[in-house]
Design a binder for this molecule. Sequence first.
Ligand SMILES: Cc1ncc(C[n+]2csc(CCOP(=O)(O)OP(=O)(O)O)c2C)c(N)n1
Length: 544
Amino acid sequence: MNTSAHAFISVLVAHGVDRIFQVPGESYIGLLDAVADFPQMDLVTCRHEAGAGFMACADGRLTRRPGVVMVSRGPGATNASIAVHTAQQDAIPLILVVGQVPKKDLRREAFQEIDYRAMYGTIAKWVFEATDPAQLPEMAYKAVRMATSGTPGPVVMVIPEDVQQQAIPSVSWRAREHDGLRASRQGLERVRTLLARAERPLIIAGGAFDVPGGRDALLAFAQAWHVPVCVAFRRHDVFPNSHALFVGDLGLANPAQQLERFHSSDLILALGTRLDDVTSQNYTFPTLPQPAQPLVHCYPDPRVVGLHFATEVGLACDPVGLVQDLMPERAVDPGASQRAWAEGLRQLHLQHAAWPQRLADDGVRFAEVVRHLKLQAPADVRLCLDAGTFAAPVYRHFGFDFPQRLMAPLAGAMGYGTPAAVATALREPRSKVVCMVGDGGFMMTGNEMIAAVERRLPILFILANNGSYASIRIHQERAYPTRHPGTDLFNPDFMAIAQGFGMTVERVEREDQIEAALQRGLQAEGPYFIEVMTSLQVTLPLKT
Ligand SMILES: Cc1ncc(C[n+]2csc(CCOP(=O)(O)OP(=O)(O)O)c2C)c(N)n1
């Protein structure tokens, strides 16, 4: 057990890594062989490196430890790159381990060789190529540290095949906790003063509250100061959506009236969010670079705070610690105008979130499936979404309450849903996992559902079949209303495919079939597959 590979894995184990997703390759069988000596390590064998990478993304998101994915050089590494990009955009700790050509052949463009520092240079936080077996334990430690600190993200560890199974002195590694930075007394005082003065404050809450105790701390803070909360892009589950102070999400389809009202805020508290492109409505809210109102921006990464938007108070510290430190001894009386402000925003949100009435005559409205799921879903449902317009009703209408979870790619990567559902079910076997995926996204990584059959994971897969890459069709309808080349889909028999995988299957062709189908799917003890023949027309912009 004293090889470099064993040392590498034992350091990961010391930091809590208990699962590795992989597609094998001859370039890393030395590492793979060492994994067999760690009986506590669950090795999940996948069918495509994108699927393996997405599983590791979901696992990293749920555990806040790095998700670990191992792939072969060249073709394996290129397939896995979508997960590296997703981990970067979603701020997820991820370690991608890539086998490499032998040291003597490096930089000769040997068989399947890639210079990974160049390839992943701008999408990974750190890329390291080992040349000495003794480096491996230190490399594993740094990978964990880099992936989890500041803005969490992806690191890539490249290990030539002849560096993997060399004898090195044994290592004994102990993981150490790192305290999050707290705001200074002066910083806290300045925020308290701004809060006390504001009549129309607004919290934009981001994913950094997705830590143990984070959601409760945010809720307590918002209640104590009576500040309405809008969640950042696809971070619906950090605040209870049924709460009177929940006023919506900043996403891809905010109504103009709501945005106008947000703009009239007199204090923005951007907490635990990087104020990314979508959250900031393409860098218009707050206004760039000088917000129209004082901006308090708190994020645990100094490179992010105040990056695009000038802050009144910029706090490079732990946002959970911040809201805890800002808790008043007793709830603050917000005054009539602040109450009216919060109530007005809530009403706007409720109008926007009301279930849609528009009818369809070309198939089932997917919003109806979402509405029935809302009625039937268990209190701890984990909803794993692929990218596509079928998911729009979830973001707009579903309404997440603790401890329900939304697992959706901020990077908008198709192919995320199925593998994310598998990883979520593996990590949280007692929760019901529901995967929603379009006919486009399903054909990208749907093959990973074989793991759900292999391990009898009780995932409910819901496939929205509208015969189209409809999200893109919608863009075409707006930009080029008379033509839509390249977005119609000729589909296979999805029921036969799912059945062939060993799933229990059924098809929903009418809306009156939804309720019973969901009931069966949610109660199933193993994986269950529902194909919904969905309306395309109802998703397209209305032509007048
Ligand atoms: C990997 C990847 N390729 C392409 C895109 C661009 N894209 C975004 S949504 C979409 C269509 C999704 O189609 P489908 O899964 O059928 O869902 P629908 O929009 O029809 O509901 C495409 C092609 C993307 N986001 N990710």
